[in-house]
Design a protein around this ligand. Structure first.
Ligand SMILES: [Zn+2]
Length: 169
């Protein structure tokens, strides 16, 4: 989706309901980092939905992201405490989060963009349906928009409740 932040909804909700099993930071960063393709486009002229919008590179991105977050362990724990988020910071929950984030991004995008080489090194996107563009576009935006609003609302309530209970302690 051109509106990258709408990609955080689905992985955010999955993580919200299973915070120990699905790392929130990995899920959210994984879901937006795929659009780094846009900066590669600006710098090198590669396609806007280029290499990172493929299962092969999304897999590599997820593994590298989980590894980096694992190495940043102490700072990630502090960051998550600050955001009032339960955390395991195990490599398993980091990998699960990063994969859910990265794959949910390309699964939503694959319905919208003909130019994606989803199964790189093979060319093309078998999931793009020519002629169904507008209804698919509206559906994908609705799913992204509603899930993002739901996630941010739930998170804001949880954050407020945690802060309040910290004040009362
Ligand atoms: Zn994208």
């Amino acid at each position: 989706m051109p509106v990258t932040p709408l990609h955080i909804g689905i992985p955010g909700l999955i993580s919200y309901h299973n915070p120990k099993g699905v790392d929130i930071a990995a899920a959210i960063i994984g879901s937006v980092i795929i659009d780094t393709d846009f900066f590669l486009f600006l710098l090198f002229g590669t396609p806007v939905h280029g290499y990172l919008h493929s299962f092969l590179f999304a897999t590599l991105v997820a593994i590298v992201l989980a590894g980096i977050l694992y190495l940043l362990d102490p700072s990630m724990i502090r960051l998550k405490e600050w955001f009032c988020w339960e955390t395991e910071n195990s490599i398993k929950s980091l990998l699960t989060g990063a994969f859910i984030g990265a794959y949910s991004h390309i699964i939503l995008d694959m319905l919208l963009y003909k130019e994606m080489n989803l199964l790189f090194p093979l060319n093309g996107n078998p999931f793009y349906v020519p002629g169904a563009a507008l209804p698919v576009f509206i559906t994908v935006y609705a799913v992204g928009g509603v899930s993002t609003i739901a996630f941010l609302t739930l998170y804001a309530k949880k954050y407020a409740a945690e802060k309040e209970s910290n004040v009362l302690q």
